[in-house]
Design a protein around this ligand. Structure first.
Ligand code: HEC
Length: 181
């Protein structure tokens, strides 16, 4: 083997090593870039951590179960018993006096804050609308949450069945009870 040939062989080995090294390094760079990108994507997907950010999901505590479907099977007697929770502050007979709270005769579909001679809070008198079935039920669930600033000091009725029974009873306190929804 001549010295020239040895040199050629050595040269090609060096070139081969270089090529392998460069390709390997390039590979590293590419893999690294991909890795980096993947990391970013993973981070972006992780961002909506709180449930508030998820669209279309109603946070649990803000959802009040509706009573409409329960009204047809609700109990008037149970509603009358439940009214004991209200009777320290409310009458419900036609023409009876306001107490701490306004008379609740003919309440369903009555405009809010409309009893003559009762001094409503600013919050309730400015709230607007009428007392539909669901509005009453939602108010009774947590009065201070439904109307911020109301002066009705009542913690609320947690059970949807209680609200349905009581609203059915209130509906009955009228000469012409409003048809059930
Ligand atoms: C501690 C006294 C108190 C109790 C107990 C109470 N309320 Fe009231 N209620 C009030 C007061 C005071 C208002 C007027 C609120 C305002 O002006 O912000 C009111 C207002 C209302 C209104 C609005 C009436 C209107 O004319 O717009 C409804 C409906 C009502 N109460 C239903 C009930 C029912 C049903 C219960 C029993 C589950 C109840 N309340 C228990 C004091 C009370």
């Amino acid at each position: 083997m001549s010295g020239l040939e040895v040199n050629k062989i050595l040269a090609s080995i060096i070139v081969a090593i270089l090529v392998v090294t460069v390709i390997g390094h390039l590979g590293d760079i590419i893999v690294d870039v991909e890795h980096h990108e993947m990391e970013e994507t993973a981070y972006k997907i992780d961002v909506p951590e709180s449930s508030e950010a998820a669209p279309g999901v109603v946070p649990k505590e803000e959802f009040t179960e509706p009573i409409s479907l329960l009204l047809t099977s609700a109990s008037l007697e149970k509603g009358e018993k439940l009214f004991k929770k209200c009777s320290s502050c409310h009458n419900y007979n036609k023409g009876s006096a306001n107490k701490v709270g306004p008379n609740l005769w003919n309440l369903v579909k009555r405009p809010k804050a409309s009893v003559d001679g009762f001094a409503y809070s600013k919050a309730l008198s400015e709230y607007g609308g009428e007392w539909g079935y669901e509005e009453i039920a939602e108010f009774l669930y947590k009065p201070k949450k439904y109307i911020k600033g109301t002066k009705m000091n009542f913690a609320g009725l947690k059970k949807v069945q209680d609200r349905a029974n009581l609203v059915l009873f209130l509906r009955d306190q009228s000469e012409n009870p409003v048809p059930l929804p």
